[in-house]
Every structure is written in C-alpha cells, then in structure tokens.
Design a protein around this ligand. Structure first.
Ligand code: PLP
Length: 445
C-alpha cells in the first residue's frame, strides 16, 4: 500500500481489487464488510477454512475466461494447450499427494463429485449403504430428500448406541443381508477416524464398491493426520475447499481398473477411470472451471510442503484441546471427543435448541453451525447440537492455549444465552484475540 498525495490510502492492487471498488462499489463494500467480519470473529465452522492469497489469486485469474470442455489433449475448443498443462499439473499433484492411480479435478463441488460416482458405478435402483444424516453422514450418501435417496435404494448403517461410533459388526451383518452395490465411508459430522481396512473387508465379502468421501478430512489425510483410504477403496471423492484449503470445488480419485467389471459392467468398454471421467463430462457437467483447477493446483502444491504436515497435526491437536476443555466444563460431546478436526456439542439436555445457541454464539463473534446429534429429539431445522471445527483458527496460527480461551468464551455464552451485555463483552474479547493473528488471504493480501 502507498499513501497518495491527499493522504488517502490506496486500495491494494491485487487481482481486480481496486477495479472492483471503481466498477461496483456495492459489491466492493460487501467484500470489505465480509473481510472485516472474518478478521474479527472466530470461524469455527468445521467445513470452512482460509485459502491462501496464492490460491485466491489463481481462483480470481484469467483462467476464469477459458472454455475447455473435454480433457487434456481432447478438448472441444481450440487454444487449450496451456490449460491442458494446467489440468495435467493438478492431476499429477493430486495423484502424488494421495498415492492414487487416477484423478479427476473437474467436479464443480463435492455433491457433483458424488453424483458422478453414482453415475460411474451404479444404475438407478441399485442399493447404496451410507451413514444417515442425523448420525453424521452426508445428504448424498442416501438421504430421502436427495437424489441419492430417491433414485437409489437406501440402506442406512448406524452407530453403536453407547459409543456413538460406527458399529462395524452390525454394518457387516446388514451388508451381508442387503448386498448393496456401493458402500460409502465418510461423513460430514463424524468426529472419529474411519476404519477403512475393515470397511474394505466387508465390501469385498459382498462384492460391493467401497467409496470414501473425504470432503472434510482431505487436508488431514494429505498432512498424515488421518489414515489414507486410497489403497482400500475403489473410489475416493472430496471437496477442495475444506481442510485442504483450496478453492470451492471437488475431485475424484480412483483405481484405473474396475475389480467388478466382469460382474457389473460387462456391457461397458470403459475401465473405471474412463467411466469416472465420462460421468463427470459429458454426462453431468459441461466446461470445467479452469480458474478453480488452477487454484486447486496451487493448494496441492502448498499441501505438499512440510509446513502443511504441521498444520494438519496442529488442527487435530487443537480440536482435541477444545474438546478436552469443553468436557472439563461439563459439556457432552458426541462420541465423547474427537480424533479429527471437529467436535459436536450435544445440547439435548439444555433448554434451547442448537440453532438458538448458534445464534447467541454468533452475536458474540463465534461462528458455528447447528447440527443434528444421534437420537436428536428436535427438528432438523433447529437440532440439539453444535458442530465446531479447528481448521480455520489453526490456519490463523492459533494453538492449544487459544483453544482453552475459546472454550471459555463458548461456555460463558451458553451459560447465559439471554445476557446481551455479556455477549457484547465476549464479542470484544474475541476481536482482541483475533487481532493477534494473521488471517491468510486477508491480512497478507
Ligand atoms: C462429507 C461431505 N461430502 C460432500 C459434501 C458436499 O460438498 P459441496 O457442499 O461442495 O457440494 C460435503 C459438504 O459439506 C460433505 O461434508
């Protein structure tokens, strides 16, 4: 930044930022307000993070303008030589980072990636096993109001009532009885490590595809802070904007060959890798978002740096520290704690709903989301839980000691949900805490 002659501070001249102010002051003003909010509040939403300035720059670059329907070397538009190099770079980085045989970087997001998995592996009406939404699964793993629950037969598998963790024995029995064509392993609100080896054994016993959805934990896996499912699974899907700190988007990893080709896909001349690619384009999508693919390539480059290993390990340490501090203050947590980046407060015995508490926390500058807990008596629109996550505050550089402070903030708001003066005081303390840290992509732009 430099000061102009009249003393006004010029806007930083990063990608289009100063022209945005000149062209559309309304959107620019909203952007500045959002930046201000993110600088001064605690982003504890488990699925959010801070992409670096380099990732944001690539995402906002002129790759936005390019149409590139098809795949590298086989496009339906001319002028894609550079874009071919870019997409191949992202693919190679992804394959190296996760150790996979094949990668597709074109899915627009996590849900379209999962839709492509269904299209590549199954026919409508086939049976699909997944963890139900209230127990931590995702909408796309076979939930009634989602395409996965209307176009396919849903076979839910559940949690052990006592441990609130996946009951692998019961899962095996259900799989043997129902013989699903696909089993999902992964979730959106499951705070424990997944036992991919046991899931792979079960899938093999019943000739089922095993698909891991690592949307939440892909960054932890890249950092070596959670087991890698790739060698156990036929396919692995992910978003690119959560713990892996990339742009909004998705990707799919898979084996090249289909071990069930002779059983389920005799009529197809394509192997598994080709069927995944064809499901993404042309079956479901048109032109890939090359700006997002550029930004993904940058995020993968960052994730391959040893500092990302420390980031992933610290994220888990922070989530555990926050969990311990909240348990110490008498709160119940789903499964009693966490092995990953998230924890779910069980507020079933509290007078207000998860939604009401999340609103109070937001007033105090603590941004969370309300979430179902297993056996939740309340409506999904209000719930009895709050999901908390450490990825974003860890990206700011916070550590265990700040987690203790955050637990104190949360506790004081939840204890006195109607004390607005107290919320205002916590809001100021939260802003003071945040001011001591850099916010990637905001403070350094
Ligand atoms: C496990 C899991 N899979 C898939 C998705 C879908 O991702 P998107 O919201 O990008 O479609 C999510 C999003 O929260 C998720 O948690």
């Amino acid at each position: 930044m430099d000061n102009s002659a009249d003393g006004a501070i010029a806007q930083p001249d990063t990608y289009g930022r100063s022209s945005l102010a000149a062209v559309d002051c309304r959107v620019h003003e909203l952007l500045l307000r959002q930046e201000q909010q993110e600088r001064t509040t605690l982003k504890l939403i488990a699925s959010e993070n801070f992409a670096s300035s380099a990732v944001l720059e690539a995402n906002g670059s002129i790759f936005t303008n390019k149409y590139a329907e098809g795949y590298p070397g086989a496009r339906y538009y001319a002028g894609n030589e550079i874009v071919d190099e870019l997409e191949n770079l992202a693919i190679e980085r992804l394959k190296t980072l996760f150790g996979s045989e094949h990668a597709n970087v074109q899915p627009y997001s996590g849900s379209p990636a999962n839709q492509a998995v269904y299209r590549a592996l199954l026919s409508p009406g086939d049976k699909v096993m997944g963890l139900p939404l209230p127990e931590g699964g995702h909408l796309t793993h076979g939930w009634a109001i989602n395409f996965s629950g209307t176009d396919y037969q849903r076979v839910p598998y559940g949690l052990d009532e006592k441990t609130q963790q996946i009951d692998y024995d019961r899962l095996r029995q259900t799989a043997k009885r129902e013989r699903p064509r696909l089993i999902w392993v992964g979730g959106t609100a499951y705070p424990r490590v997944f036992d991919y080896a046991s899931m792979a054994e079960i899938a093999l016993e019943v000739n089922s595809y095993l698909v891991a959805d690592i949307a939440h934990i892909s960054g932890l896996i890249a950092a070596g802070a959670h087991p890698n499912p790739v060698r156990h699974c036929d396919v692995v899907s992910s978003t690119s904007h959560k713990s892996i700190r990339g742009p909004r988007g998705g990707f799919i990893l898979s084996r090249k060959e289909d071990r069930y080709q002779a059983l389920y896909h005799t009529k197809s001349k394509y192997n598994l890798a080709r069927r995944i690619d064809r499901a993404v384009f042309p079956h479901l999508q048109g032109g890939p978002h090359m700006n997002a693919i550029a930004a993904l390539a940058v995020a993968l480059h960052e994730a391959a740096n040893p500092s990302f290993q420390s980031y992933g390990q610290q994220t888990v340490k922070n989530a555990k520290a926050l969990a311990q501090a909240l348990l110490g203050r008498g709160y119940g947590l789903v499964t009693g704690g966490t092995d990953n980046h998230m924890l779910i407060l069980d507020l079933r015995d509290r007078p207000l709903s998860g939604k009401a508490y999340a609103e109070r926390l937001a007033k105090a500058g603590i941004i969370t989301n309300f979430n179902m807990v297993p056996g939740d008596p309340r409506d999904p629109a209000v719930t009895s839980g709050i999901r908390l996550g450490a990825p974003a505050v860890t990206s700011m550089g916070m550590r265990d000691v700040e987690m203790l402070q955050i637990a104190g903030f949360i506790d004081s708001v939840l204890r006195r949900p109607d004390d607005e003066d107290l919320h205002a005081r916590v809001r100021r303390d939260v802003a003071d805490l945040c001011a001591a840290f850099e916010v990637p992509g905001i403070s350094d732009k």
